[in-house]
Design a protein around this ligand. Structure first.
Ligand code: DGY
Length: 298
């Protein structure tokens, strides 16, 4: 009987499927990610892993676990996995594309509205008892209708966000094409949304120079990975009101400690990486991980 270890408690649909197909499934009993030593220990005696982006599947881990047939990430992004080393050691890698496209595009869309209309500072204001009157000039934000939405990473999720934004607000959607002049592209956009996978090439693709190219009224949305933005440059731009606002579902590091200076800014909305967190997406991700494993053994 082939054994599968699951590094976090996930929705059970895929695990049931594995059990029905003759796999022995063990799920961690912890409510937090395993330490590297725990992961190493647990992996020794199994044939496949379902892991999350919190698990560092690096060269050392892979070299010591060449008996694993497949490791499947409970995510579409695989930046936590050394793909080259996995290939070298003959370990198949799986992920969960497509099934979380809608959920992640919805979060980007939601963040875009929240950032454009100052949800964060307005909610704080109401909760802190500062809502005394209707404010004719308070909480002013920017309309989205007809504005330019620039998407860096025009793949599944980026395109779906583009459809939503065009359909709902008639936004002029522009996908950045590799090789194009990024600075020139950024100069025009009203909202910049990032959907690019994190690789050595895309790390800090939006840095100080790129931030400076954006309009003072620009909004930055990131639902990809924290490191595609130079977070210090983003912080400075937001603090000095060189851009209008940001909506982030991803940060560097994750979790972002509550004392982090970004939280002190009224014009940034931070979510704890919930892009794929719908019942529908997470169920489908569970099933896709199971299918990845079954395929690897068939
Ligand atoms: C992914 O799938 O890569 C997401 O970031 C996890 O929710």
């Amino acid at each position: 009987m082939k054994k599968v270890f699951v590094t976090r408690k996930i929705l059970s649909e895929g695990l049931d499927l594995l059990a029905q197909n003759g796999f022995e499934v063990e799920v961690t009993t912890k409510d937090e990610p395993l330490t590297p030593a725990e992961l190493m220990e647990k992996s020794k005696s199994v044939d496949a892993l379902i892991c999350t982006m919190a698990d560092s599947i690096n060269k050392d881990f892979l070299e010591k676990n060449t008996h694993l047939k497949i490791i499947t990430n409970y995510a579409v992004g695989v930046n936590n996995i050394d793909l080259e080393a996995a290939k070298k050691f003959g370990i198949a890698i799986g992920n969960t594309p497509d099934v979380l496209t809608e959920a992640t595009a919805e979060i980007a869309f939601g963040l875009m509205i929240c950032a454009a209309r100052n949800f964060r500072s307005a909610i704080r204001n109401a909760e802190e008892g500062k809502w005394k009157h209707f404010e004719p000039q308070g909480h002013l934000g920017h309309a989205l209708k007809g504005k330019i939405l620039g998407i860096v990473g025009y793949g599944r999720i980026g395109k779906r966000l583009g459809e939503m934004a065009h359909g709902a607000f008639g936004m002029d959607v522009r996908g950045y094409k590799r090789g194009e002049d990024l600075i020139a592209f950024l100069k025009d956009v009203d909202v910049l949304s990032l959907h690019i996978p994190l690789t050595p090439e895309s790390r800090h693709i939006i840095g100080k120079k790129e931030m400076a190219a954006l309009k003072k009224t620009a909004i930055v949305i990131n639902t990809a990975r924290g490191d595609v933005i130079d977070q210090d440059a983003l912080y400075e731009a937001l603090k000095r009101n060189e851009i209008f606002a940001a909506g982030l579902d991803v940060t560097t590091p994750e979790p972002l400690v509550p004392t982090h200076p970004l939280y002190s800014l009224p014009n940034v909305m931070i979510l704890p990486h919930i892009g794929s967190a719908t019942y529908e997406a997470r169920r489908a991700m569970s099933i896709m991980c199971a299918e990845n494993i079954m395929k690897a053994f068939s």
